[in-house]
Design a protein around this ligand. Structure first.
Ligand SMILES: Nc1ncnc2c1ncn2[C@@H]1O[C@H](COP(=O)(O)OP(=O)(O)OP(=O)(O)O)[C@@H](O)[C@H]1O
Ligand code: SF4
Ligand SMILES: [Mg+2]
Length: 338
């Protein structure tokens, strides 16, 4: 791991904006803003949870961090260095340190390759000088580390279960010794019992390696279990960020409260029911608060002025003109563990 002053965050995102072409006809090319004015930082070894409903821009943000989609504005700083200024070669070095695990593990694994070959890929790419024998040893060790039998090395992805495929995908991401692992809904498509096993595996790997994690999920119970801090996105923007205890115990943004209230019961949370909070979020609104159509606290100012993310307390930021400061007692609050 490279060294940097302790006060420099591992990752710092500043006013990030990502746009896509929207259907608008050939002559009137329109842009859809999927992520806007997004800023946050992540320290080495920290786990940050990211929640928000479908279409709120979570995956787009993750992909922009790795430069898998271009940013229209803003900066992503890795140990103080702006990734958007880097050439291809330097960016490849950084990719080694920033790895991602996706939701659909089977689709992310090449069906023509054995598991051993899949795990060898990162070594071939990032450490081509590693000798064949050393390579085999490291693959064997990783297969054990992610809790798979040794014989898995000669098998193909379609011969494995969903949970085993996700273990392989995590092993592949870990092969390059990442300092940041981005998990985008990495447990969402798995059976409940398997979800717990994969979450435990991620926690063990993090404890062993000291890597940071950005954990994206609809499952609030899992996010609460894993994260030290949580970011809440709505309509491409951050609407609230706070330490886990504050976010789940005293949420300020009406959307965060609705999100927590929409968890039907702790039992259902434990069953890892996928959150479905209304329809897909709209893109960022140009004026006013994007949540005003659904907000029970909306007032005239919410239509006139777009709220900015501001400090409410130490380590607690909210973008709302009328944050819900008093009394919160959602069912989630009664429990300390998922
Ligand atoms: N390549 C693309 N081209 C055009 N629009 C896109 C593209 N990728 C994402 N979008 C749009 O950007 C918005 C944010 O999508 P994104 O996939 O980031 O949401 P998400 O929060 O990850 O949702 P989910 O929880 O369903 O995974 C959506 O409206 C989506 O349709
Ligand atoms: S700014 Fe207004 S509309 Fe938006 S969440 Fe806050 S109270 Fe609701
Ligand atoms: Mg997504």
């Amino acid at each position: 791991m490279s060294l940097s002053p302790p006060d420099v965050p591992l990752l710092e995102v500043r006013s990030l904006r990502v746009e896509f072409d929207a259907a608008g006809g050939f002559l009137r090319r329109r842009r859809f803003v999927a992520v806007d004015e997004l800023s946050f930082s992540l320290c080495a070894g920290e786990t940050l949870g990211l929640v928000g409903e479908s279409g709120s821009g979570k995956s787009t943000l993750a992909r922009a961090l790795l430069r898998l989609v271009p940013a229209a504005a803003g900066e992503v700083r890795w140990r103080g260095e702006n990734l958007f200024d880097l050439g291809r070669r330097a960016m490849r070095e950084h990719r080694r340190a920033m790895q991602m695990v996706f939701q659909d593990a089977l689709a992310s694994l090449d069906p023509r390759m054995t598991i051993g070959e899949i795990l060898a890929e990162p070594l071939r790419l990032f450490e081509p000088r590693v000798a064949w024998r050393e390579r085999c040893l490291r693959i064997e060790r990783m297969i054990e580390r992610v809790g798979l039998p040794r014989s898995t090395s000669n098998r193909y992805p379609h011969e494995l279960s969903g949970g085993q495929c996700q273990r392989v995908a995590i092993g592949r991401a870990m092969m390059s010794g990442p300092e940041l692992l981005i998990c985008d809904e990495s447990v969402s498509s798995l059976d409940v019992s398997i979800q717990g096993q994969i979450v435990n595996l991620l926690m063990d790997l993090q404890a062993q390696s000291g890597m940071a994690m950005l954990f994206i999920s609809h499952n609030l119970a899992v996010v609460r279990h894993l994260s030290r801090r949580v970011l809440v996105m709505y309509g491409g923007r951050l609407v609230e960020t706070a330490a886990r205890e504050a976010l789940f115990g005293a949420p300020l943004h009406p959307y965060t409260r609705d999100l927590l209230d929409a968890v039907p019961s702790i039992g259902a949370v434990r069953s890892s029911v996928r959150m479905a909070v209304g329809e897909a979020a709209p893109g960022p609104s140009q004026t006013g608060c994007a949540y005003r159509w659904r907000c029970g606290r909306a007032a005239p100012i919410c239509e006139a002025e777009r709220p900015r993310l501001e400090n409410f307390a130490a380590d607690h930021q909210v973008a709302c003109h009328r944050p819900a400061v008093l009394g919160y007692s959602a069912a989630m609050n009664a429990e300390s563990k998922p």
